[in-house]
Design a protein around this ligand. Structure first.
Ligand code: GLA
Length: 347
């Protein structure tokens, strides 16, 4: 039988245990590595990490999701899921062997399962070692793990959201200053998250390529980041492809700011989500045919204010804003017409 606790795997109680949630981003996609604005919220699903010292020079890492144990000498990175943990250990100055029990119900694909794992690991380390690390510094250390140990040049949104967001509000993050504000959901609406059932393919290479493209666009325009461009007309001098990529970032930032204006109701917020999806599909080219199909089905449903892909894209999750109390019924209706095996994640 698959072990369900640290005790079952290691025969003793853990010395520290911590949780961290996944996130879903409502608006502001692929802007967080260009200093832009993002509007994520935490989801109820969480990663859980338990740690204990083992008195050796080897880390023993057990994943309950994979029912797999990986042994990694202290100071090495290791294969598979190991870098998410060993990266946190290395950046936190761990010099002795740790046992780790990891379990998560955050679905993989667009809901920050890896950020949740990093933030839970760093929270457990903060208790165990202990570490002097506030929640922002902790999130940034998680980002550093992605860059240096996992090889994904992600922005700061996911780890910031996992470390600082809750499920009751959206967290507006200015990813340049890291200023944050809790923003209420539009009145009379609730969040629906569906897994498209389309596994993400080539997401890491596609992601790093998009990031390089918009960095090149900013360089050609002579601005530090595309955050500094507010008029899409300024992009006309860019070559094709870079122009489209940059247009997504610039218009997406404008959509987040538009969503924060006074008097924005669920219908207006939903329109901005629909426009975000079109931009991610057409200008940023990070959607997927089946994801587009699912988004279109949602957008056509009478109780749905707006819907879009969420996260890095290339498959994975979809988010919708739905009339309060109608999310599950809308999900069932839409999934019945969808050609893939999708599933409801939230609520
Ligand atoms: C991934 C990254 C984030 C962000 C999103 C797209 O989730 O980890 O930093 O760039 O994609 O908005």
């Amino acid at each position: 039988m698959t072990p369900t606790s640290y005790e079952q795997v290691f025969g003793a109680a853990p010395q520290a245990t911590a949780l961290a949630p996944g996130r879903v981003n409502l608006l502001g996609e692929h802007t967080d590595y260009q200093g832009g604005f993002v509007l994520p919220t935490a989801i109820p699903q969480q990663a859980a990490v338990s740690l204990g010292r083992n008195g050796t020079q080897e880390h023993v890492l057990y994943s309950a999701n994979l029912d797999q144990t990986i042994r990694v000498p202290v100071g090495e990175v290791g294969p598979g899921f190991a870098p998410y943990l060993t990266g946190c250990f290395a950046l936190s100055g761990v010099q002795e062997g740790l046992n780790a029990f990891v379990t998560s119900d955050v679905p993989s694909g667009g809901l920050s399962s890896s950020a949740a794992l990093e933030v839970a690991t760093l929270r457990a380390l903060r208790d165990l070692l202990p570490l002097e690390l506030d929640d922002v510094a902790l999130a940034l250390r998680g980002v550093q793990v992605e860059h240096e140990f996992v090889g994904v040049m992600c922005g700061v949104m996911d780890q910031m959201a996992s470390s600082l967001a809750n499920t009751r509000t959206m967290l507006l993050i200015d990813t340049r200053s890291l200023d944050r504000h809790a923003i209420p959901f539009p009145a009379g609406a609730e969040v629906l998250v569906l897994d498209s059932g389309v596994p993400r393919r080539l997401a890491e290479s596609g992601y790093n390529e998009r990031r390089a493209q918009v960095e090149e666009a900013a360089r050609l325009l002579g601005v530090p980041q595309l955050r500094d461009v507010t008029d899409p007309a300024a992009l006309e001098t860019l070559p094709p492809v870079l122009r489209e990529r940059a247009r997504h970032v610039v218009t997406e930032n404008a959509r987040v700011l538009a969503a924060l204006e006074p008097g924005v109701d669920a219908a207006r917020f939903g329109e901005l989500m629909n426009a975000s999806h079109a931009s991610l599909r057409d200008d940023y080219a990070v959607s997927h045919e089946r994801v587009d199909e699912l988004v279109a089905l949602l957008q056509a449903h009478p109780d749905v204010y707006g819907a879009r892909m969420t996260g890095a894209g290339f498959g994975g999750a979809v988010v919708a804003l739905v009339r309060q109390g109608h999310a599950t019924a809308a999900a069932q209706a839409v999934l019945a017409d969808y050609s893939e095996q999708g599933s409801q994640v939230v609520p």
